[in-house]
Design a protein around this ligand. Structure first.
Ligand code: PMP
Length: 319
């Protein structure tokens, strides 16, 4: 008898499905990779497992070690799953603006959560600087999703290759927002290696400086926006400009409206950044300038945003 696979072996190999209603009538199909269906509910399970496995293979992670990460929540959930299965402790440092649901989920999973002010990257209180300092002071292992090359690599070797297999190699464009940049850099590199004329497009919230950086090499003005997990006012090492062809800017309003449509019209139970990605993907498909389906990712699931106003449209409260 073959043994059933452990939960970590169910990370990845997510479905790729067409948007039958939102994409109806467009010149090319829009296909979405259901990363919200990973065991921890997000694309970040992939990098959590890859980063820990890589550190174990390099011998830098000893049994019983403590992992520390600067995380908006999803990487924390992924790391908590991996830490539980492999016997590590976990400390997550997250900025105040992230949803309460994410904080509660991490605490439930047994992680220690440290909340920092919403500080600029140059500020010592910024969540990434706090995580780095704690790792140095306490001898904890900094998983370092913004810089660790295992992040980009696992997206090239799993997410990218899965998309190639699921589309038979026919991809006109790949669209994704960037938090660490791992998804767009890894999948982008893999697709560029295998598909002629594929376009790699950054979906960026209005208020983030990254779209300007893609277009000009210089970061745009730093504004505020409510979509979580993507965009920003600095460029992480794992975001590789060389694989990105152009950028699409998406407002909070359009991101959240599109996420709600994915939930209500497609039965895809996703979070806000899926709305950003799909809004951009629909625009690109509508222009009809690409050579095949437009593929994007649904980075995480709706359950971590239930307290957010966009999940409670006014018409539902009045009936
Ligand atoms: N959406 C959400 C909700 C996220 O948490 C993240 C990761 N911060 C992303 C998208 C972007 O993924 P990546 O880090 O691979 O750029």
């Amino acid at each position: 008898m073959t043994h059933p696979r452990g939960i970590l072996e169910h990370i990845g190999r997510t479905p790729l499905v067409p948007l039958r209603r939102l994409g109806a009538g467009l010149p090319v199909p829009v296909l979405v990779k259901c990363e919200h269906m990973n065991p921890g509910g997000s694309v970040k399970d992939r990098i959590a497992l890859a980063i820990v496995a890589d550190a174990e293979a390099r011998g830098v992670l000893t049994p019983g070690a403590t992992l520390v990460e600067a995380t908006a929540g999803n990487t924390g959930v992924g790391l908590a799953l991996v830490a539980a299965a492999r016997g590590y402790s976990l400390v997550c440092v997250m900025p105040e603006k992230m949803s309460v649901d994410k904080r509660v989920a991490l605490a439930t999973l047994g992680a220690q959560v440290i909340v920092t002010p919403n500080a600029a990257p140059s500020d010592p209180d910024n969540f990434r600087n706090v995580a780095r300092r704690l790792a140095a002071e306490r001898g904890w292992f900094l998983t370092d999703q913004f810089r660790n090359p295992a992040n980009v690599r696992v997206h090239a070797e799993t997410t990218g290759l899965e998309i190639l297999a699921q589309t038979g190699g026919r991809v006109g464009a790949f669209v994704a927002g960037a938090g660490t940049g791992g998804t767009i850099s890894g999948v982008g590199r893999c697709l560029k290696d295998h598909v002629a004329r594929v376009q790699i497009v950054l979906a960026d919230p209005v208020g983030s400086g990254l779209a300007d950086w893609v277009e000009t090499g210089r970061l745009g003005a730093d504004g505020t926006y409510a979509v979580e997990g993507i965009g920003g006012s600095d460029v992480p090492d794992n975001l590789h400009r060389g694989v990105i062809d152009r950028a699409e800017r998406v407002t909070d309003h359009e991101s959240f409206a599109t996420a709600l449509r994915l939930i209500r019209e497609e039965g895809l139970l996703v979070g806000g950044s899926a709305g950003t990605n799909v809004a951009a993907a629909l625009r690109i498909a509508a222009r009809g300038e690409v050579d095949g389906p437009v593929v994007t990712v649904l980075p995480d699931a709706w359950d971590r945003y239930r307290a957010k106003p966009w999940m409670r449209p006014a018409e539902h409260n009045t009936r």
